[in-house]
Design a protein around this ligand. Structure first.
Ligand code: SF4
Length: 140
């Protein structure tokens, strides 16, 4: 990951990414306070079961216009995720998250992105040569 760039919080399982969340039994993502570097060994093991993006959340460098979710100004998925949160829910506590300061969704949308973030799993089926992501509750 490039530390001088913002971080995409819904990336794919690949070496060099960071593991930032684990999908729990309720289907919500438990966000990790301390991201874990993804190794090639982890990638190989994780791909033996269901798509790893359905069981974990991964972060990697935001590639901006190299991603089809880029709307010219920012990440459209981040905006969509944040829109799930109503104004009256603004007082909810944010998950402890180890990537907040450089997170693309947080930088764009602030705390609302974090409140909805545990609802999101990456849609690996939508992935192609581009890096792209989708919210499970919004999945197309
Ligand atoms: S949206 Fe918030 S909780 Fe989710 S990865 Fe970004 S900073 Fe962390």
């Amino acid at each position: 990951m490039k530390k001088d760039k913002l971080t995409c919080p819904s990336s794919v399982c690949q070496e060099g990414a960071e593991l930032i969340g684990i999908v729990n039994q309720e289907g919500m993502v438990d966000i990790l306070e301390h991201p874990i570097p993804v190794t090639q060994e982890f990638v190989e093991i994780a791909h033996q079961g269901r798509p790893p993006e359905q069981r974990f959340r991964f972060a990697n460098t935001c590639v901006e216009k190299g991603c089809r979710q880029w709307n010219g100004k920012g990440c459209s998925i981040g905006d969509m995720v944040a829109s799930l949160i109503q104004a009256e829910e603004n007082a909810l506590e944010l998950p402890a998250c180890g990537i907040r300061r450089q997170c693309r969704w947080y930088v764009q949308n602030g705390p609302k992105a974090c409140m909805a973030c545990p609802l999101v799993t990456t849609d690996a089926a939508a992935l192609n040569s581009e890096i792209t992501a989708g919210a499970s509750s919004l999945t197309s």
